[in-house]
Design a protein around this ligand. Sequence first.
Ligand code: ZN
Length: 177
Amino acid sequence: MAIREILTVPNPVLKQVSKPVAVVDDAMRALMDDMLETMYDAPGIGLAAIQVGEPVRVIVMDLQEKPEDDPEGEAVKKPRYFVNPEIVWKSEDTAPYEEGCLSVPEIYDEVQRPARVKLRYLDYNGNAVEEDAEGLFAVCIQHEMDHLEGVLFIDHLSKLKRDRAVTKVKKLTRNAA
Ligand code: ZN
């Protein structure tokens, strides 16, 4: 496993539409392993392959929930992998959430999305899965699936807010370099 560089705005690669994965093989699993390590290192709760420069429809996620019997305890790692995810149903009701993104560091803003969705995807072993998502899981999977279309959460904001965010990130990444 290796930690990859996470691309940040305004890198044009982030605007690319990612291609479907033909087969979930060892090379694809190696990419998912790298993505997960990169995400944990950042740290973040979700990462799409395009964020490490790979234009394929792959997402990793770990909502890092606290153990139910010990809410003060350390989060238990529960990695999830989504290959070629599709939303097959979404609720009409929406919910707001203050989102952030590893490709738009230190920027947080509220986005409205469908509160519940039904997904279909292939897992780490290439098995087809159908699953309902709500709460943070629904927010996160919709945010990550936007990345597969070249869409960032700041694209859901006003042009003024978006431009301001990109300027801030440019300044931040220049200072870090
Ligand atoms: Zn993101």
